[in-house]
Write a protein that binds this ligand. Structure first.
Ligand code: NAD
Ligand code: MG
Length: 384
């Protein structure tokens, strides 16, 4: 059997390190070609020594010497800077690129990988939020598959196996509701960084953890689903399911509903994205119904968690609206993590930038780049 050549963009993060665990567990399946990190040189070096990829990229150019020196005696190419990400994904030996980096930074390398004909295992949802139309159009043109890694989208994808010819009536994306489920708007005003960083069911990177607490994450996922599965906004519903056991559902035109279930563990969707259509045997803990005598479902509160509504609004508006929303949100989340704004300011900033940012109805790549940069600048000019 031929091993699959894999590049992992963002190997030092939450998804990236779990992807490496998957690769380590199945050495006969995978040939790790490339790993990359933005600033965690120490972990990148450790990973490179252990996994012996063909190449590594450190995003922060100031850390190039450190990585280069540490890997001096290894047979590993070392590159630095954002541009290098777009080059390493093109290597001949790479068949699939796992986009496990966070934020808008995923857009250009994902497009580069698609142009080079590489399949994408997509964790980096922001890429589809920013430029879903362009990215999916290029993937179609190039005959490239985009396999979802996000657990909800993997669930939908798993429900669709054997059903790709059957139209979807609608999908339900499940949401844990985050640490502030059931809270009222007043209470959210005084939420601290530490409170927001405590997710009830998943351990993830800081940005997505804050996005989960504001429900922006679910909003981003709604837009991600639109592009991955070719759906209209009306076909995508969100249902809060605090136990995070049902990972999402598809409803078909005969009224039948299929759900994918299991204990929350990102390794499963990561692995399925890399091995589809095969399932590999694992020893992950199994779900036991009797541990969960009740699975519950409730309506999300789009008034208190305004970001979810904003994502629907952006999806309806089309064009560059979601790109502006994403840019505003990335900056706002960073400001909140630096304790410079309040938790409730995040949605306020997002809403204001969606109104003020330039809008391009039929954007090309340059338009997305421009709207992203402009929206970020606008956040800096707001009086908060
Ligand atoms: P993380 O913060 O833990 O890791 C991010 C990785 O990307 C790190 O390796 C970091 O070095 C790299 N990176 C950060 N900024 C970069 C930049 N500007 N350029 C290049 N590389 C950069 O994040 P995460 O939680 O692993 O999430 C990664 C992506 O996967 C996000 O888009 C997130 O929404 C999505 N996702 C994550 C989970 C999860 O369980 N963590 C689940 C579903 C989807
Ligand atoms: Mg998710």
């Amino acid at each position: 059997m031929q091993k699959k050549g894999v590049a992992i963009l963002g190997s030092t993060g939450s998804v990236g390190t779990q992807a490496l665990e998957v690769i380590q567990a199945y050495p006969e399946q995978f040939d790790l070609q490339v790993i990359t990190a933005q600033s965690n040189a120490k972990l990148l070096i450790e990973q490179a020594k252990l996994f012996q990829p063909n190449a590594v990229v450190i995003g922060d150019e100031e850390k190039y010497e450190e990585v280069k020196d540490a890997l001096f005696s290894e047979d590993i190419h070392v590159y630095a800077g954002a541009q290098a990400l777009c080059q390493v994904v093109e290597f001949h030996e790479v068949q699939v690129v796992l986009t496990a980096l966070v934020g808008y930074a995923g857009l250009k390398p994902t497009l580069a990988a698609i142009e080079a004909g590489k399949d994408i295992a997509l964790a980096n949802k922001e890429t589809l939020v920013v430029a879903g139309e362009l990215v999916t159009e290029r993937a179609r043109a190039k005959g490239v598959n985009i396999y979802p890694v996000d657990s909800e989208h993997s669930a939908i994808f798993q429900c669709l196996v054997g059903e790709f010819h059957n139209p979807i009536e609608k999908i339900y994306l499940t949401a844990s509701g985050g640490p502030f489920r059931g809270w009222k708007a007043d209470a959210l005003e005084t939420v601290t960084r530490a409170q927001a960083l405590k997710h009830p069911n998943w351990s993830m990177g800081a940005k997505i953890t804050i996005d989960s607490a504001t429900m922006m994450n679910k909003g981003l996922e709604v837009i991600e689903a639109k592009w991955l599965f070719g759906l209209k906004a009306e076909q995508i519903d969100v249902i809060v399911h605090p136990q995070s056991i049902v990972h999402s559902l598809v409803q078909f035109e005969d009224g039948s509903m299929k759900a994918q279930m299991g204990l929350p563990d990102m390794k499963l969707p990561i692995q399925f994205a890399l091995t589809y259509p095969d399932r590999l045997k694992t020893n992950f803990p199994r779900f036991n119904f009797l541990d969960y005598p009740q699975l519950t479902f409730e309506q999300p509160d789009k008034e208190v968690f305004r970001n979810l509504q904003l994502a629907y609004d952006a999806m309806h508006a089309g064009g560059t609206k979601a790109c502006a929303l994403n840019a505003a949100n990335e900056v706002a989340v960073q400001l909140f993590l630096e304790e410079k704004i309040r938790f409730s300011d995040i949605a306020r900033i997002n809403e204001q930038i969606m109104e003020e940012a330039p809008f391009v109805p039929n954007p090309n790549l340059e338009d997305y780049i421009h709207v992203d940069a402009h929206s970020r600048k606008l956040v800096g000019l707001l009086k908060i």
